[in-house]
Design a protein around this ligand. Structure first.
Ligand SMILES: [Zn+2]
Ligand SMILES: [Zn+2]
Length: 226
C-alpha cells in the first residue's frame, strides 16, 4: 500500500515547462499543443476535457479510434498508474466505471495502459500516466498475453506491485493482465484494435489524428456534470 502521491513538482511552471509534458501543459497550465488549440478554436471550445476534478481528467485523445475512445489521466504528473497512491487508484477505478456507464454500446469496454513505457518499452509517446478506455470486441487479453508471461491482477489497486515499465490491459470480461516484455512495437495496442476495426493501416495517431472522433466524443459527453 502506498498512501502518498510521489509528487514530482516541476521546478517552476514557467521554466520552459510547456516544452516538457504535453498533458501537464494542457491540463494544468491550459496551454494545449497547437493542433489541439486549432481544433478547440474551430469548435468554439475552451478545453477537450470531458470530465475533470482535482486528481483526474478524462478526454478524447488525438487519434481517438472512435467516439468511445477516451483517456483517463492524472492531473499531477506521474509516469504510470503503478506510481499512484491507493486512494487515487480507488478513485481511478470508479472513474473507469463512470466512463463505462457513460458510453453505451454493444462492444465491451476495455482499458489499457502502457505504463512508464516512454522510451523504455517503446509503446508510448506521452510519458504522463493515462489509461485508454474504448469499447471494442478486440480480445486484448489474448493480444497482450502474446507479448510474454502475464501477471494477473485482482484489481487496478494491485498495479502498485509492478516495478518498471509494463503494459496493462483489462479485457471485456474484467480480467486484469500485466506484461513486461523487453520491448513492445510502437503503439502496439492501437495496432491491434485498428486491425479489429478493419483499419489495420491507420494505427498511427500522428498520421491519423481523427479529429472527427474527438468531436464525436465531446458530443457524446455533452451534459456530463464536470
Ligand atoms: Zn505530465
Ligand atoms: Zn497512450
Amino acid at each position: 500500500m502506498r498512501d502518498e502521491f510521489p509528487r514530482r513538482e516541476h521546478a517552476t511552471v514557467d521554466a520552459g515547462f510547456s516544452g516538457g509534458c504535453e498533458y501537464c501543459s494542457e491540463f494544468k497550465l491550459a496551454q494545449p499543443p497547437p493542433s489541439v488549440r486549432d481544433f478547440l478554436a474551430a469548435n468554439g471550445l475552451s478545453s477537450r476535457a470531458l470530465y475533470a476534478d482535482r486528481d483526474f481528467v478524462i478526454f478524447p485523445s488525438i487519434g481517438a479510434l472512435d467516439a468511445t475512445h477516451v483517456l483517463l489521466a492524472t492531473v499531477e504528473h506521474a509516469t504510470a498508474f503503478s506510481e499512484l497512491p491507493s486512494a487515487l487508484l480507488a478513485r481511478a477505478e470508479s472513474l473507469l466505471g463512470l466512463v463505462r456507464d457513460r458510453l453505451d454500446g454493444r462492444a465491451p469496454m476495455v482499458y489499457f495502459e502502457h505504463g512508464s513505457a516512454c522510451g523504455a518499452l517503446g509503446g508510448q509517446c506521452i510519458d504522463h500516466a493515462h489509461m485508454h478506455c474504448i469499447r471494442t470486441t478486440c480480445d486484448l487479453a489474448r493480444r497482450v498475453e502474446s507479448l510474454g508471461p502475464a501477471v494477473h491482477l485482482e484489481s487496478l489497486a494491485d498495479i502498485q506491485r509492478i516495478v518498471g515499465p509494463y503494459l496493462f490491459a483489462r479485457s471485456g470480461s474484467g480480467a486484469n493482465l500485466v506484461v513486461q516484455p523487453r520491448s513492445i512495437p510502437s503503439q502496439y495496442i492501437r495496432r491491434e484494435v485498428c486491425a479489429e476495426l478493419g483499419i489495420p493501416d491507420e494505427w498511427d495517431w500522428a498520421v491519423f489524428p481523427r479529429w472527427h472522433n474527438l468531436a464525436a466524443a465531446l458530443e457524446a459527453w455533452k451534459g456530463e456534470p464536470k
